[in-house]
Design a protein around this ligand. Structure first.
Ligand code: PXP
Length: 242
């Protein structure tokens, strides 16, 4: 199972003081050295954390691959075609939200998503759609030609009771199997922590997890190398559980 380390909040800390540190490039390189299989960053429309220059700098520096999360806008499409990341994950974006709330509504925007997917695919970029574990959205993702989906694990992570968490887990598990049977590559992410990642990592149909906020938070206490190592070890152990 692959770990994508999302480094957005390295930039959040940097921007809090307008300094040049901590550096997203340095964070990406340290994460790679200690087990990250890819680096994920979200260039939000309001540039609240990652800035345009960060994306180019990280793309040029890393040795693994860049997964650029972006909204479904012409501006972001142009950016992606300039940066040429290996992967683009199209996410819904509302300016007022604290983080990405809910998955992309592929059904409601099929034509536009199909057009973006074709342009990016023709440029050699692999497209992923960040969606909820809903069979109709998964089917729509396949219909628009996206080879990859990322299942939104936010409702699972935010569940307030064990019963609710179990319900959300089963939804993710069923969605992952449905998507994988359709031939889609299945990733997952959002709100995952060292404490809730194990059941998700046990879903064999999921190939990659993208984890940011909790991992960067752990890094404050443990250091980034140890936080990455700990997350990967937890994922690997989960895979080996019966
Ligand atoms: N995957 C996607 C598509 C996201 O938008 C985000 C948040 O930017 C993440 C994963 C990582 O979420 P978190 O920071 O909660 O780990």
């Amino acid at each position: 199972m692959l770990l994508g380390v999302n480094i957005d909040h390295i930039a959040t800390v940097r921007n809090a003081r307008g300094t040049t540190y901590p550096s997203p490039v340095e964070a990406a390189l340290v994460a790679e050295t200690h087990g990250a299989d890819l680096i994920t960053m979200h260039l939000r429309e309001d540039r609240r954390h990652i800035k345009d220059a960060d994306v180019f700098a990280v793309k040029n520096a890393i040795r693994t691959r860049l997964n650029l999360e972006m909204a479904l806008t012409e501006e972001m499409l142009e950016n992606a075609l300039k940066v040429m990341p290996q992967d683009v994950c199209i996410v819904p974006e509302k300016r007022q939200e604290i983080t990405t709330e809910g998955g992309l509504d592929v059904l409601a925007q099929q034509d536009k998503i199909a057009e973006f997917t074709k342009i990016l695919t023709d440029a050699g970029i692999r497209v992923s759609l960040f969606i909820d574990a809903d069979d109709r959205q998964i089917q729509a993702a396949r219909d628009v030609g996206a080879p990859v989906i990322e299942l939104h694990t936010g409702a699972y992570a935010d569940a307030r009771s064990h019963a609710e968490q179990l319900k959300q887990f089963e939804r993710l598990q069923n969605g992952a199997h449905f998507a994988s049977d359709l031939g889609l590559v299945v990733n997952a992410g959002h709100g995952l922590t060292i404490h809730n990642v194990t059941p998700i990592a046990q879903i064999l149909a999921i190939r990659e997890l993208n984890i940011g906020h909790s991992l960067i938070s752990q890094a404050l206490f443990l250091g980034l190398p140890e936080a990455v190592r700990q997350m990967k070890e937890t994922m690997f152990r989960a895979r080996m559980l019966p």
